[in-house]
Design a protein around this ligand. Structure first.
Ligand code: SAM
Length: 297
């Protein structure tokens, strides 16, 4: 690599010359640590044949590291005023294509297929990598996981608390709906903390790396997915309530009868007085599968 884009002095010079204004509301904290970028490449296990979708390239610091290893990189950036800077920093990397757009709005398969006009072969995979804008971490992760895309892995730099919530075990204070939703679709690996001085400007929160490997099949069998997630949302919705009260009192679209729920929980050997947040994935699946038929749908 000639010279790193990930460098405070280089970032400052570039920004001044282009009269660019850093937008904190878009989560613009640029990576200035080649060591952390190298760690991301290793975690994502980027191979020469890989195609990578990068979320939010910023000044191109991570993009450069990806481009050095992968066959192709498609980077989706929302901020139009970053495009001239990216054209300059990534000029030597023809394998990179920058797409202007909101990652929450674009169709990921279409973006990857349109890249360089080369169709993504059936069953071929790509990897998703990003130093994410923290204000939309959960919607991005859920969009990628729920979309059922053919993704090898997803490696992200996120707020430390969010990484802990994704990886959390039942009955811990971090365990919640995000833990259930992410663990339903993927295996979660912690990639370690990242110091604040790895970013410029520095964020006000702690950061950590997390790797998700989408599962071929969910780890539990669920009759109806929307109802399973409704049960999970209900169980975690009001943390100080018992499971029974949480399920019966949860907002729609489903309405459950107290006596029926209680007897089904007892039949499942699940104490109705337990707190919802102590239920693991298997128990949530059991409860939702048992209650689904009584909805009469
Ligand atoms: N990857 C760069 C790096 O590591 O230095 C920049 C990371 S910065 C934390 C997040 C980037 O995501 C910013 O460039 C920001 O403009 C971009 N971004 C924010 N919201 C976005 C969205 N909805 N869609 C695409 N990019 C977005």
């Amino acid at each position: 690599m000639d010279s790193y884009i990930a460098h405070v002095k280089r970032a400052r010079t570039l920004i001044r010359r282009h009269e660019f204004r850093v937008k904190k509301k878009l989560g613009q904290h640029f990576m200035v640590s080649p060591r952390v970028l190298q760690r991301i490449i290793e975690l994502a296990e980027i191979q020469p044949e890989d195609r990578v979708l990068e979320i939010g390239p910023g000044l191109g610091a991570l993009t450069q590291f990806l481009a050095e290893k992968a066959q192709q990189v498609v980077a989706v950036e929302i901020d139009t005023t970053l495009l001239p800077l990216l054209r300059e920093t990534l000029a030597g990397y023809p394998q990179v294509q920058v797409v202007q757009g909101d990652i929450l709005q674009v169709n990921l398969d279409e973006v990857m297929q349109a890249a360089k006009g080369s169709a993504l072969e059936v069953n071929s995979q790509y990897k998703v990598v990003g130093n994410l804008p923290y204000y939309i971490t959960s919607p991005i992760v859920m969009k990628v996981l729920e979309g059922g895309y053919q993704i090898g892995n997803l490696v992200m730099l996120v707020q430390k608390e969010v990484a802990q919530r994704m990886a959390a075990k039942p009955a811990t204070k971090e365990y919640g709906l995000l833990s259930v939703a992410v663990q339903f679709y993927a295996e979660v690996y912690c990639g370690g903390e990242v110091p604040r001085d790895a970013f410029w400007p520095q964020p006000e929160v702690e950061s950590a790396l997390v790797k998700l490997v989408p599962r071929k099949e969910p780890p539990v069998k669920v009759i109806d997915r929307p109802f399973f997630f409704w049960v999970a949302r209900a169980a975690f919705g009001q943390r100080r309530k018992t499971l029974l009260n949480a399920l019966v009192g949860a907002p729609g679209p489903f309405k459950l009868n107290r006596e029926e729920v209680e007897s089904h929980l007892v039949n499942l050997n699940i104490d109705p007085r337990r707190r919802g947040e102590t239920l693991n994935l298997a128990e949530l699946a059991e409860v939702s599968n048992r209650l689904y038929p009584i909805l009469g749908i």
